[in-house]
Ligand binder design. Structure first.
Ligand code: ADP
Length: 199
């Protein structure tokens, strides 16, 4: 199997976490979600959790230094040697620079960036449903609005950087879970990162 180093990007409620896990499973690589790492740390009450709890609950971003250190640690584990799928990192231009530097030091680059697009109304209605079902503390209306604003201001611009590298695949994020997974896999296959050509 070809090594695949991937990033999935999309607004809150785009389904990137769900699709990230599915794609990582298909490719046999770990899915690394910074949001999941931070939430687990908060739930454990670890030192990291105590540092990030109030920031996450406000829907603000954890500092770039701390987030980048967490990601470097995670990507240094042996299961990420043959590839990984990042979800939620990098989330702004400065984190792109951190990641570039880290990967460069290992002689690696990102192979593809999956941009999951969903209309704003759709992502808001999915998030309010998740708030009711899962009771995530950062899924209140006010915090959701803050997270979406940060996405548009800070995260959307990173796609411009990756576009100039020619590695972005824009995927329509509206449809059934299976349909969307298939669209992503088809895009990865076209890049030789999945399917017979990657075997
Ligand atoms: P969502 O994308 O739905 O907001 P995530 O699960 O990706 O949720 O992230 C939850 C929270 O974790 C964010 O609101 C932020 O506080 C923190 N976080 C996650 N990734 C990063 C990152 N790369 N940089 C800074 N903070 C982050």
């Amino acid at each position: 199997m070809t090594d695949a180093r991937l990033l999935i990007v999309g607004p809150q409620g785009s389904g990137k976490g769900t699709q990230g896990v599915r794609i990582a499973r298909e490719l046999g690589i770990p899915a690394v979600s910074t949001g999941d790492v931070f939430r687990a740390a908060v739930a454990d009450g670890s030192e990291l959790g105590q540092q990030v709890q109030s920031v996450i609950e406000a829907g603000d971003l954890v500092s770039d230094e701390l987030t980048s250190a967490v990601v470097r640690d995670r990507l240094s584990q042996s299961d990420a040697e043959g590839g990984f799928l990042l979800d939620g990192y990098p989330r702004n231009i400065s984190q792109v620079a951190h990641l570039d530097e880290f990967l460069e030091g290992r002689g690696e680059t990102l192979d593809a960036v999956i941009e999951l697009s969903v209309p704003r109304d759709e992502s808001i209605s999915r998030l309010s449903l998740r708030a009711r079902e899962q009771g995530r503390t950062d899924d209140t209306e006010e915090v959701i609005a803050n997270r979406l604003a940060i996405y548009e201001r800070e995260t959307a611009p990173i796609l411009g950087v990756y576009h100039t590298r020619g590695i972005v695949d824009e995927i329509d994020g509206v449809g059934s879970l299976d349909e969307i997974t298939d669209r992503i896999l088809a895009a990865l296959e076209a890049r030789g990162l999945f399917g017979p050509a990657a075997a």
